[in-house]
Design a binder for this molecule. Structure first.
Ligand SMILES: [Zn+2]
Length: 135
């Protein structure tokens, strides 16, 4: 078992936008990043500042107020390999985590004997087999 440096966890993110949509074509509009109170973040580009003024002064747009965009993602654990390197226990398609030293671990940090050998096929009885065992 590896030494876990940082446990896996769910990370929650929230972003806020001030939004206006076009009256004529309501599938389009304008969004500006802002804080929770709707205070718009400084805009880097002149075109963006012009668009903001347009939204704040025009009757051609509908003010949608503050929109909330939130999402979560899984952050895999960090662990210290027996060789001392820090690896991420995120696993590939077979759930293996490889260290540069050649060791393989599963996503729980348990040392594996080696890389998992994928099955190549399934016989008539539903049993999986490796290609070299097929004949
Ligand atoms: Zn290692």
């Amino acid at each position: 078992m590896l030494k876990i440096i940082e446990e896996s966890k769910r990370i929650k993110n929230i972003r806020y936008f001030r939004s206006w949509k076009n009256k004529e074509d309501q599938t389009s509009g304008y969004c500006f990043p802002c804080d929770i109170n709707g205070k718009i973040d400084p805009l880097e580009y002149e075109e963006g500042r012009k668009n903001l003024i347009f939204c704040q002064t025009s009757n051609d747009v509908i003010d949608e107020g503050i929109l909330i965009d939130q999402w979560t993602y899984f952050q895999p654990a960090q662990a210290e390999c027996k060789c001392g390197k820090i690896i991420t226990l995120d696993g590939d398609s077979m759930g293996e985590c490889e260290c540069e030293c050649g060791r393989f671990y599963n996503v729980f940090g348990q040392l594996l004997a080696g890389k998992i050998r994928p099955f190549n096929g399934q016989n008539d009885d539903g049993e999986y087999y490796y290609e070299e065992d097929a004949y």
